[in-house]
Design a protein around this ligand. Structure first.
Ligand code: SF4
Length: 290
């Protein structure tokens, strides 16, 4: 049950009649020698960490190490509770959850770095909110996480999920692709549609640079996680409406990697370009390191 890219994964699904989640679970079984039950239980631990991080950000006053963020999840929740929101209730809830998980990360709390710590809010924000909205069973949430894992694995094998290597497109873009695929798969999308959702999410942020102020994974990272969550939901919605990706997933991954490699090093997590290099960004950096 091995696959190197999206085409091989889709072919495996068509030849065996199995879902992407099932193929991923069987791949893990072959690699570890564990039972399906154990492998699902391991993924459930990740799900629990994600859930607890969202809950924690809504309950506690969290302070980031660099002092650039804290309390955003609760502000969004307060606004949601106060009345209509610009984004609508589910989107507002999703981006609030994503920002909350980033607060936990920036205050050195426990998160699931899927695919990285800098993008850790996107899977919980979009998947857990979708699970609540559509009343998914725990098994369906676990399936969505395995599908997300398949997309992350393919991107890692053929490109990168690292902001330092490929810019923020590679980090938050990959997380959005993973989440969009997980949502589409659980909501009945075909393997092709699942890959299309991932392709759409990656395309939507192609060229996005990595420019954290003071080199800390706080700003603009937290807001990019909100954007990534919205990107995942938008990409899933378009795909499930029957709007395909014109460019196949594997080609998009390849294009994203090539764009990343052409980015100057100032725009790849060095804090020497983008918003990190604005007068305010530089002043904040000086204050933090004085
Ligand atoms: S700006 Fe850089 S460090 Fe921040 S989330 Fe994007 S890739 Fe990660």
């Amino acid at each position: 049950m091995n696959f190197k890219n999206g085409l091989e994964l889709e072919t495996l699904c068509l030849e065996t009649g199995k879902s992407i989640a099932q193929i991923c679970i069987e791949r893990e079984m072959a690699l570890t020698g564990w039972s399906e039950e154990t492998i699902r239980a391991e993924m459930r631990k990740d799900y629990d960490v994600m859930r607890l991080a969202v809950d924690r950000a809504l309950k506690e006053e969290l302070h980031s190490m660099g002092g650039l963020l804290g309390g955003e999840a609760r502000k969004l929740q307060d606004r949601l509770n106060a009345g209509p929101t610009v984004c609508g209730p589910w989107m507002s809830k999703a981006i609030g959850a994503a920002m909350g998980v980033m607060e936990v990360n920036a205050s050195m709390g426990l998160i699931v770095a899927a695919p990285t710590a800098g993008s850790c809010g996107i899977l919980p924000g979009s998947l857990l909110t979708s699970a609540e909205q559509f009343d998914w069973s725990e098994d369906q949430i676990i399936d969505a996480l395995f599908v997300a894992g398949a997309i992350g694995l393919i991107i890692t094998r053929n490109a990168t999920v690292s902001g330092a290597e490929g810019g923020c497109q590679a980090e938050t873009g990959s997380a959005a692709a993973m989440a969009a695929a997980g949502i589409v798969s659980v909501l009945g999308g075909t393997p092709r549609q699942t890959l299309d959702a991932a392709a759409t999410a990656l395309k939507n942020v192609m060229g996005l640079v990595c420019d954290p102020i003071a080199g800390l994974v706080e700003s603009p990272c937290q807001k990019r996680n909100a954007l990534g969550t919205a990107n995942a939901l938008i990409s899933a919605e378009m795909t499930l409406a029957g709007i395909p990706s014109i460019i196949p997933f594997d080609e998009v991954v390849d294009a994203m990697y090539k764009v990343g490699k052409r980015m100057p090093m100032e725009l790849r997590e060095t804090a020497l370009g983008g918003i990190a290099n604005t007068p305010t960004g530089c002043a904040i950096c000086s204050r933090i390191y004085q």
